[in-house]
Design a protein around this ligand. Structure first.
Ligand code: MF3
Ligand code: CO
Ligand code: CO
Length: 263
């Protein structure tokens, strides 16, 4: 496998795919409330992606994954399969959306707080998002992937949290998961040198307890071994000539980060 540098035509398509994935998260937000099942959230997202956006939900049938989105609740780390379980007040949930539009993938995820969530969980969710942004801030041509991992790990560990090592960010384009692997831990000044035209995700998973995970018998859902809470946020990033562009910003983030829409 090798790393693909995207052409300006491909970048234009990745911007569209990224924005569509972000819009699914914006659409689903008001539905993430106590009493809703993750299966219902999957159905609403599926219908919106297929019926309104005219995109392909990338997870559906991907290596046998049975649903259109991933929903990971509380101690579930990632790749949770939507089902009949109802969300309860106090839960935290990651919803991970990947769309395919015009042959190109858009991949992004965020945490949602369900009802009234305690401070311990809220802090974990916030620090994980900060860690992702600190990682993103390291993205520039000439920088190294290890700079990203180090920034994330340093922030998470400074709060006493741990970084999951079994899953990483990834190159993305026509292919869902391609090189490079973007680790969420590491040493500055090491690893691949970033170049303009690279597109990859940064998607740290941060645990309140120890970093270790195990797979449930469903073959997909990763959970923390010690049952501690876990959070994850994901954006898709383009390396530009001057720095980076986040391809999956939601409208509210555009207002707070000040990054402009491409158009
Ligand atoms: N969207 C996930 C990622 O960020 C991958 C999900 S693969 C699935 O890479 F099969 F579980 F959907
Ligand atoms: Co991803
Ligand atoms: Co994802």
């Amino acid at each position: 496998m090798s790393i693909t540098l995207k052409t300006s035509e491909e970048i234009a398509k990745m911007r569209v795919a990224g924005r569509l994935a972000a819009e699914v998260l914006e659409m689903i937000e008001p539905f993430v409330i106590p009493g809703v099942t993750t299966g219902e959230l999957d159905q609403i997202c599926h219908d919106y992606m297929v019926g309104v956006q005219k995109v392909i939900p990338a997870p559906l049938n991907y290596k046998g994954f049975p649903r259109s989105i991933c929903t990971s609740v509380n101690h579930q780390v990632c790749h949770g399969i939507p089902g009949p379980k109802k969300l309860r007040s106090g839960d935290i949930i990651n919803i991970d959306i990947t769309v395919i539009k015009d042959g190109y993938h858009g991949d992004t995820s965020q945490m949602f707080l369900v009802g009234e969530v305690n401070l311990r969980a809220k802090r974990l969710v916030k620090v994980c998002q900060e860690a992702m942004y600190l990682g993103i801030a390291q993205v520039r041509p000439g920088g190294r992937l290890g700079d990203i991992g180090h920034a994330i790990q340093r922030h998470a560990e400074s709060h006493g949290y741990s970084v999951v090592q079994e899953f990483c960010g990834h190159g993305i384009g026509k292919v869902f998961h391609e090189d490079p692997q973007v680790l969420h831990y590491g040493k500055p000044g090491t690893g691949l040198v970033m170049e303009p035209g690279m597109i990859f995700t940064i998607e740290p998973m941060i645990n309140l307890g120890k970093r270790y995970v195990k797979l449930l018998p469903d073959g997909w859902t990763a959970v923390t071994k010690d049952q501690s809470l876990s959070a994850q946020w994901e954006h898709m990033i383009l390396v530009t000539h001057t720095g980076h562009e986040v391809l999956t910003l939601r409208t509210r983030e555009i207002q707070t980060t000040g990054q402009k829409h491409a158009d």
